[in-house]
Design a protein. Structure first.
Length: 152
């Protein structure tokens, strides 16, 4: 991945602290990072606003990527996938994350802040960001079928 490719981050209260650390980690690695919130720890905030904001920006910015965090990684994933053009995935290890990029051209990574430590988050994000889409015909064909359904 080109370090000039924008990475958009978002997290609710459950993922806030890890998002802040991940933002610093990615910035120090030379990535262009934009934070879509939460801007501060708000114990009773709701994840959809952050997930949808990141997903909408990724959908409107070709080649960009998003990383979302919430307690189990699933809520933000469900919300992000409501935006056309988003292929959000929840991942738990670097190898799995890499296959979501290579096979599915995932453009939003969703992480479980309550089930992964910071080191795991960083290694998963690093693998995911470093892996290009394979563009194999079978994967391209499948993504086209999903895109066609979104447009129906």
């Amino acid at each position: 991945m080109n370090h000039l490719t924008p990475i958009y981050l978002g997290a609710d209260h459950a993922g806030f602290e890890m998002k802040e650390q991940l933002k610093q980690f990615l910035s120090q690695a030379g990535h262009q990072v934009e934070d879509f919130g939460a801007p501060s720890l708000v114990p009773d905030d709701d994840y959809p606003q952050y997930a949808l904001a990141v997903a909408e920006r990724v959908a409107s910015t070709p080649e960009s990527r998003g990383i979302l965090l919430c307690g189990n990684g699933q809520g933000v994933c469900i919300a992000a996938n409501k935006v056309a053009g988003i292929r959000a995935v929840s991942s738990w290890n670097p190898d799995h994350a890499a296959t979501t990029r290579a096979d599915d051209d995932a453009n939003v990574l969703c992480l479980a802040a309550r089930h992964l430590d910071q080191s795991a988050l960083e290694s998963i994000a690093t693998a995911w960001l470093a892996t290009p889409f394979s563009a194999e015909e079978r994967h391209t064909r499948r993504i086209a079928q999903i895109t066609e359904r979104e447009r129906a």
